[in-house]
Design a protein around this ligand. Structure first.
Ligand code: NG6
Ligand code: CA
Length: 514
């Protein structure tokens, strides 16, 4: 009898625990960590390069590592547009690499990851690289900025407007340039220099930290030449050396502020690292640590940030119920416009892994990126699924574009877009089924992945981008590759398999139009 009572108690209490868990678990905290120009082979969990990224590896070991995870595009702005809106970026003609004074690219009435989650009760924040434009085309940096991330669903923002190599080299907090003083206003132009301001061409001696290789020969700040012209705002200018730490501290502060409110609401934090985009200027702790020069050092610093933010969640008791998604906006590049020894010191490291191409490329390494999902309270590799998922590896075809519909499904929102697929099962490692196909983009040109096949239409243009030494994927001939048998895209099967070419071309046109 006593045994029966015990058994009954045991069953009912575990039953309750499970129910409670599922209730809270449907709205976990969500943290997207988004690296900049980090390649498929840059993360050691992928077993490809020589660099070691222990913290990202630990994240992967705690969840699912996707071998077919994609950004939509081979450059930053379009990939970020797709991540936040769930819409293919080539549907918007302005979704190209933006200057630092570009207007906000995302329509303030559009559904974004942030606005969708906010509607579901999330507190939302973005910290780090933005590169999706601000204002309406003529920002006065000395006044409150009218259109910022705060107008597309983020409660809080602490960002750099564009990239580290573009002016203005300041942080923007919500609507204001952080630390700006009224007696030293900030001016920015991408058209002409301000009178009397030095540039890399007029005053090369001011490039004390880094020299330009191509582009990047306009205003100089912190001994590094940049793209665009800038004047004033001295008190607000960032130090490249402390950027990773500044963003990490702001990310932690966002979590602290959320905890302090005790609202019981979950949070969504989009933490967009700048590393390893140019200029690569790691903090003193990481300078010289990788043996691969500043690019490798910057990756080690980013890896450290991933570890620190994870530790923070753990210390605050939030880790089990936080869904962490780690990925990158596009593939890797060594020389992206500065003499920073990325090429010379790369050694036998393969940032692109076994894939062909890199940043800017229509070949796989342009868009196939590290893609990791961890949610210790729910995603448990080894628990239920057979095969590779049991080992924490999924080969399902997934794209950052799908986060909008997938996370909407998770939190009980009916938001979705035509382009964004609900792949929640795949993302949580509960299913091996991902997308059937995906349109890939590089500089406005499209390729089409379908199952194990990838089709690249014939395009005019140079096959090699000589400045960065990356194959563009462009060819006068149509290209067809079987990624199952030829992941490095060495054998063009277009002439031997014209039927497949025709089939993929037709499918691609149905999605993308002519
Ligand atoms: C290119 C820059 C490159 C980088 C890129 C944007 C030159 C010559 N090259 O135009 O250095 O800034 O834009 O990178 O200026 S992304 O990752 O933000 O897309
Ligand atoms: Ca990028």
């Amino acid at each position: 009898m006593l045994n029966r009572v015990l058994l009954f108690l045991l069953l009912t209490t575990t039953g309750c625990a499970t129910k409670q868990q599922t209730d809270t678990a449907s709205k976990p905290n969500i943290l997207i960590i988004y690296a900049d120009d980090l390649g498929y082979g840059d993360v050691s969990a992928y077993g490809q390069g020589t660099l070691k990224t222990p913290n990202i590896d630990e994240l992967a070991a705690s969840g699912i590592r996707f071998t077919n995870g994609y950004a939509t595009s081979a450059t930053c702005t379009p990939s970020r547009f797709a991540l936040l809106t769930g819409v293919y970026p080539w549907r918007n003609k302005n979704a190209k690499i933006l200057p630092g004074d570009a207007p906000l690219l995302i329509d303030t009435t559009a559904t974004t990851l942030a606005s969708m989650l906010k509607k579901q009760g999330y507190e939302t924040g973005v910290v780090g690289k933005w590169h999706l434009g601000l204002g309406s085309g003529s920002v006065d940096w000395n006044k409150a900025i009218a259109r910022t991330p705060n107008d597309i669903g983020f409660d809080e923002s602490y960002i750099m407007a564009a990239t580290g190599d573009r002016v203005p080299t300041v942080y923007v907090e919500n609507r204001k340039v952080a630390g700006l003083q009224a007696n030293d206003p900030l001016y920015v132009s991408y058209k002409e220099n301000f009178e009397g301001q030095p540039t890399a061409l007029t005053n090369p001696e001011l490039m004390t930290k880094m020299k330009w290789h191509h582009g990047h020969n306009q205003s100089i700040h912190n001994g590094i030449p940049r793209i665009g012209y800038m004047k004033g705002g001295k008190s607000a200018l960032w130090m490249d050396e402390t950027m990773a730490e500044v963003f990490l501290d702001k990310a932690k502060a966002f979590i602290d502020a959320h905890q302090a409110k005790k609202s019981g609401d979950p949070f969504f934090l989009y933490y967009a690292l700048h590393e390893p985009h140019v200029p690569r200027v790691p903090g003193a702790t990481f300078a010289g640590k990788s043996g691969l020069g500043p690019r490798g050092d910057a990756i080690l610093e980013a890896d450290w940030c991933v570890g620190e933010i994870r530790k923070k969640l753990e210390a605050d008791g939030l880790l089990a119920n936080t869904l962490i998604i780690f990925s990158s906006d596009n593939g890797p590049v060594l020389n992206d416009g500065y003499y920073d020894e990325a090429v010379e010191k790369n050694g036998s490291h393969t940032p692109w892994g076994s894939l062909r191409g890199g940043k800017y490329s229509l070949f796989e390494a342009g868009t196939r990126v590290p893609f990791i999902v961890s949610w210790p309270g729910r995603v448990r590799p080894g628990h239920v699924r057979p095969g590779r998922i049991q080992k924490g590896v999924s080969d399902a075809l997934v794209c950052q574009l799908d986060l909008l519909s997938s996370l909407a499904a998770l939190v009980g929102s009916d938001a979705k877009t035509t382009d964004s697929e609900n792949l929640l099962g795949a993302l949580l490692g509960e299913s091996e089924t991902g997308r059937k196909n995906l349109v890939l983009e590089a500089s406005g040109r499209l390729a089409f992945r379908s199952g194990e096949w990838v089709f690249i239409p014939a395009y005019p243009g140079r096959p090699l981008n000589k400045e960065v030494n990356i194959e563009t994927g462009l060819s006068q001939q149509p290209q067809l590759y079987n990624l199952q048998t030829d992941p490095g895209q060495r054998t063009n099967l277009a002439t031997t398999n014209p039927q497949k070419v025709a089939e993929l071309e037709k499918q691609m046109k149905q999605i993308a139009g002519d």
